[in-house]
Design a protein around this ligand. Structure first.
Ligand SMILES: [Zn+2]
Ligand SMILES: [Zn+2]
Length: 882
């Protein structure tokens, strides 16, 4: 029975991480009594490794689930990973490229095999990292979106939606990534403002010599595919052009002038070119007017044969030539610089190309209606509530979802094309023949489904759907989802739609949206900025518990998390403080010949009497503990993690360690080794460990196990994770004890503050007088021994009002006057003079710099801000000395 001198989390964290998993204590059992509390993990990409955002998310989830488990709830945290279509395919392609291999050379089957191999090798990374960081998941229920069961759910959903008319195949304008060679959804396109040009091109009107219209475009190369120009029917400038045609320059094609609201009389010349094959709005206008679609750019972003002399050129090269050629024939009216919003592929940053292609779509409107309703009627609650508005905005403007991807890694579309009669057969299993023409010549659709299609089913597919499993009946709907706002639409909204459609119920009752982890300057972390905090590095350095605590402390709902080195360091100091308190208790137990002890009935312990009754500091610590329990329970329940962490910190550090342990030290000295009263100390410490466990699981488990007596193991839970969470109990509240210790704290604190302020030697004992009347004085006198030792003062007690004195502090009931010895007074005066001198110099220095226009113009604003704050602080200090 020993506690190492130094807190070294690396020595026990890996041990507990392994032990928890091996002992199976986090395994859910549907038969367990207790309220069900279930939660599915936002599945990280199988390609990924854990980043600090995951660690925040997992810390919040883990603290919640550990707390619920300790409340006796039937808990399930279901873990797993996402196959992450494009992301994974890109990683493996890059890997192959290093070996000089192209996936097309390998062929689809062989490529898929390589991806699986890659998954076997690296897919466990995230899991191992999560285990190491203490995530209390049920790994026996781990799922992967490409598991056979989940793949079956995907096919089932696809077929049912198809049969209901909610999935259709059609020609449509999609965002095409020429690098990834696939369609991507609107959400996967990143938009950024870039400097470009607005080219103004003249199209001559047929039959009216000398008359032309001017169109403006940011992409002149697309004019090769124009099949009309549009004017607004109400635009008085162009009434004479109704029914006319223009001659398309360079292509020499006659195209109609159509009347359409696409042309806004207020904007530019009021004439727009219409390129149905390369622009979404034009595509829709083309449908309205039955215009041909001429595809001049292909899937590789090269010009097609329809682009005439430009065929085969890259799109940007074609742009240069088109511009030069228009210029040379005098069709270029002017070129204006213009900032445009460029859409790029979120994965590979290549500019996306709007292309018309045949894809599979989900009709979203009917699904969205119900998904809006459940949020409106409160069946699903967003926390913080402001996300509700964002959700509605998107849901009310939802567009059909392009779900097919031209990739090889993912769920293959369960559709087969008859090569004889072109029939399309959508089925759960490969059909044996064409139902229309009986042909055996069927080929499966080569597309795979958007990754988010399978993750939209995650809350029920992972629990065994479409089978009616016990897990599904027990754990669906899940209780809570904790996730980031960046996947609110990609994932959260779609889970709600799919859950309602296939389970007839919401997938979760509450959605807690956590914030971003930012660097000390408040900037987003990114590899390019080099300000990324690697969770594995910092947990190695400070210990997992310290990082968890540091994050929780600033995890206020809706507020970004600023993770600084200082915060991590102070959290480590906090852990160290607890470690030292435990060590102190252990050493004294040993000295007193006391055995480790943990109450048999953990939830019911109240401080016991010694000779002379229950010591007041024991009544006090249990009352404070009770208050802390009440606050922490309430805070975790409402996702105010920061508040839970701060309350715990305050109680453990500033009440238990700073006061309770110090008061007990005095008791030990008095009694030269305390034999009685140990049970109260140990019970209070044991309670404290349980309170802290959801936030700092490793440290609390390590110490709890050490305090657990060998003899009593059979009657206690195997892990602190299974012990009951302390709850508020009315009978533990003791206002009289709180008042009594409160008076002790007040006097000691006043004495210490006076000493610091007057810069008196903390080691030299001072004399002082406590003035008060009534009960406060009586209490103070009763505790004079403890007060005098803790404050290092020799006190007198007087039932009177205090005379005015320079070295005095007061509370409502008590005045404390300290007597400062002559020698110290002189020393103090000298110190003050020196300090004043230094301050005056610092102030002058800063004032000079801040008056320097040159300096102010060049210095970064946050530096100037800092200097101003420092100056104000110096001035305040000076005012105090004067
Ligand atoms: Zn791409
Ligand atoms: Zn057929």
């Amino acid at each position: 029975m020993q506690i190492d001198k130094v807190y070294e989390p690396q020595r026990f964290e890996p041990h507990w991480a392994r032990t928890w998993i091996e002992s199976g204590i986090f395994r859910a059992n549907p038969m367990d009594p207790g309220r069900v509390f279930s939660l599915v993990i936002p599945p990280p990409n199988v390609t990924g490794s854990l980043h600090i955002g995951h660690m925040l998310e997992h810390t919040e989830i883990d603290a919640t689930i550990r707390w619920r488990r300790m409340l006796g709830h039937n808990t399930l945290w279901l873990p797993g990973t996402d196959h992450a279509g494009i992301a994974t395919q890109m990683v493996v392609e890059r890997e192959l490229a290093r070996q000089g291999i192209n996936r097309r050379d390998l062929g689809r089957e062989e490529f898929e095999k390589r991806v699986w191999q890659w998954k076997e090798q690296y897919g466990g990374n995230i899991k191992n990292q999560m285990i190491r960081l203490g995530a209390s998941c049920d790994w026996s229920r781990e799922r992967f979106t490409l598991d056979p069961g989940l793949s079956r759910a995907v096919r089932e959903v696809f077929v049912r939606l198809y049969e209901k008319g909610l999935i259709y195949r059609g020609e449509y304008m999609v965002n095409w990534c020429p690098r990834c060679q696939t369609a991507i959804s609107d959400l996967e396109v990143a938009h950024s403002d870039v400097a470009g040009n607005l080219w103004h091109i003249r199209y001559p009107v047929n039959g009216l010599p000398g008359r032309f219209v001017t169109v403006a475009t940011t992409r002149p190369e697309t004019m090769l595919g124009d099949t009309a120009v549009a004017v607004n029917a109400k635009d008085a400038r162009y009434l004479d052009l109704h029914g006319k045609t223009v001659q398309l320059p360079l292509m020499n094609r006659e195209i109609p002038i159509i009347l359409d609201d696409l042309a806004d009389p207020e904007f530019g010349t009021g004439v727009v070119k219409v390129t149905p094959a390369h622009d979404l709005n034009d595509f829709e206008a083309g449908r309205r007017h039955n215009l041909p679609k001429i595809k001049v750019i292909d899937e590789n972003a090269r010009m097609t044969s329809a682009a005439g002399p430009y065929a085969g050129l890259d799109r940007l090269e074609a742009r240069k030539r088109v511009v030069a050629d228009l210029d040379s024939i005098g069709a270029m009216e002017k070129i204006d610089p213009y900032n445009l919003s460029l859409g790029t592929c979120q994965r590979c940053k290549t500019p996306v190309e709007p292309l018309v292609s045949t894809q599979w779509f989900v009709k979203m409107k009917p699904l969205a209606e119900k998904a809006i309703e459940v949020v409106e009627n409160g069946s699903i609650e967003f926390i913080p509530a402001n996300w509700t508005k964002t959700y509605y905005e998107w849901m009310y403007n939802i567009r059909d979802w392009c779900i097919s991807r031209q990739l090889w890694w993912g769920h293959r579309v369960p559709a087969w094309h008859c090569q004889e009669c072109r029939e399309i057969i959508v089925a759960r299993q490969a059909p044996t023949g064409c139902p229309r023409c009986n042909s055996q010549h069927l080929v499966q659709d080569s597309d795979v489904l958007d990754t988010w299609f399978s993750s939209a089913l995650w809350p029920f597919s992972t629990l065994g759907w479409p089978e009616k499993t016990v897990d599904l009946a027990t754990y669906y709907p899940t209780s809570l989802l904790i996730t980031g706002f960046d996947i609110l639409f990609f994932w959260v909204a779609r889970m709600i739609m799919m859950g309602l459609e296939f389970m007839g119920d919401v997938p979760f009752r509450q959605v807690y949206i956590h914030a971003l982890v930012r660097d000390p300057e408040g900037q987003k972390m990114s590899k390019t900025k080099g300000n990324v905090i690697d969770p594995l590095v910092v947990t190695e350095k400070y210990g997992t518990d310290a990082i968890r605590m540091a994050m929780l402390q600033c995890a206020a709902p809706g507020t970004d998390i600023i993770l600084t080195e200082a915060r991590m360091e102070s959290s480590r100091a906090f852990a160290n403080k607890i470690w030292n308190a435990a060590r102190f208790l252990f050493l004294n137990m040993e000295r007193s010949g006391v055995e480790p002890w943990v109450p048999e009935r953990l939830a019911e312990y109240l401080p016991e009497a010694e000779i002379g009754g229950v010591p007041v500091e024991d009544r006090w610590i249990f009352s404070r503990l009770n208050d802390c329990a009440q606050q922490v329970n309430r805070a975790i329940e409402t996702y105010r993690y920061h508040e839970a962490a701060q309350v715990l910190w305050q109680f453990i550090w500033h009440e238990f360690c700073d006061w309770y342990v110090e008061l007990k030290k005095l008791r030990f000295q008095e009694k030269s080794g305390l034999t009685a009263g140990w049970r109260n100390i140990l019970a209070a410490f044991e309670n404290l460990l349980r309170l802290l466990h959801p936030a700092m699981p490793f440290l609390t488990e390590e110490l709890w196990q050490r305090f657990l007596p060998e003899a009593g193991r059979a009657s206690r839970p195997a892990s602190i994770a299974l012990a009951p969470y302390p709850q508020y109990r009315q009978q533990a509240t003791d206002y009289a004890a709180e008042r009594e210790i409160g008076i002790v704290q007040e006097i000691v604190t006043m004495a210490r503050n006076l000493r610091t302020e007057s810069k008196l030697d903390p080691k030299q004992q001072l004399a002082g007088i406590v003035y008060s009347r009534g009960n406060a004085l009586e209490v103070a006198e009763r505790h004079s021994g403890a007060i005098q030792k803790l404050a290092n003062v020799k006190l007198e007690f007087k039932a009177a009002a205090a005379p005015k004195s320079a070295v005095m502090r007061s509370t409502a009931e008590i005045d404390l006057v300290l007597e400062v010895p002559k020698s110290q007074e002189e020393a103090k005066a000298k110190r003050d003079a020196r300090e004043l001198d230094q301050l005056n110099r610092n102030i002058a220095n800063l004032e000079r710099q801040l008056a320097d226009e040159n300096f102010l113009a060049k210095a970064p604003p946050h530096i100037v801000e800092k200097m101003r704050a420092t100056l104000a602080a110096y001035q305040a200090q000076r005012d105090k000395l004067l």
